[in-house]
Design a protein around this ligand. Structure first.
Ligand SMILES: *[C@@H]1O[C@H](CO)[C@@H](O)[C@H](O)[C@H]1NC(C)=O
Ligand SMILES: *[C@@H]1O[C@H](CO)[C@@H](O)[C@H](O)[C@H]1NC(C)=O
Ligand SMILES: *[C@@H]1O[C@H](CO)[C@@H](O)[C@H](O)[C@H]1NC(C)=O
Length: 190
């Protein structure tokens, strides 16, 4: 019993010492949640919107800027990199209400199938979310109907956010345009 107590106190003092030493250096400090304006318990929200890519014409919204390596054909397109700047709408019709933009980078990152490493910043413009962003980073397995990609963070209303996005191709013609559905499930602390 005495030994156990001794070991526990030793552990506690070690922990205290580490914390104190770290704080003394000014390198790390603990913060009260209120200092950061986090008042409510985090809730989970569901955002649903669509974006519309154009691949052709004089002003495409999605462009391939780096071609794939010559030894890889279109079944993997390994090495290809694209950039996009697309409007987000509430409905699948390009003419429906605009709620934001998505600025993104995608790279064909598999040698054996067409899989994309995607890095998406969703910039919302609607109501209290105007100016807040959600960042989604992960793997787009293009051969799946619904693809799951992690939410890695955000700004504004989405500070400290985590969650995931599900994306679904509604329409896709590589020569002309696409419509992609996004469902984002994200924790909100603000
Ligand atoms: C691409 O290359 C792979 C392996 O070299 C081959 O099996 C496949 O048939 C090719 N696909 C196309 C679309 O050319
Ligand atoms: C969003 O904020 C910008 C900059 O403050 C403003 O110009 C714009 O009108 C706002 N948009 C909406 C839909 O409220
Ligand atoms: C995933 O890949 C498909 C097919 O290339 C594309 O239409 C869609 O925009 C991609 N989605 C994301 C989130 O990159």
């Amino acid at each position: 019993m005495a030994t156990q107590f001794f070991i526990v106190s030793l552990l506690i003092s070690c922990l205290l010492l580490t914390t104190i030493n770290a704080e003394e250096t000014g390198f790390i400090g603990s913060l009260d949640r209120n200092t950061l304006g986090i008042k409510k318990k985090d809730k989970i929200s569901h955002f649903r919107f669509f974006f519309h890519e154009t691949f052709s014409g004089s002003d495409p919204t999605t462009v391939f800027v780096v071609p794939s390596l010559p030894q890889y054909n279109s079944s993997s397109s390994f090495g290809a990199i694209g950039v996009m700047d697309n409007t987000l709408t509430v409905g699948p019709e390009p003419t429906s209400k605009v709620v934001g933009r998505v600025e993104a980078l995608a790279a064909a990152a598999s040698k054996t199938e067409f899989n994309l490493l995607i890095f998406f910043n969703f910039i919302l413009t609607e109501g209290k979310y105007n100016g807040s962003t959600i960042t989604v980073l992960g793997r787009n397995r293009t051969n799946l109907k619904v693809r799951e990609i992690p939410v890695v963070g955000g700004t504004g209303k989405f500070r400290f956010a985590t969650g995931y996005a599900e994306t679904n191709t509604i329409f896709f013609d590589p020569q002309t345009r696409s419509t992609i559905e996004y469902n984002i499930y994200v924790s909100q602390h603000y």
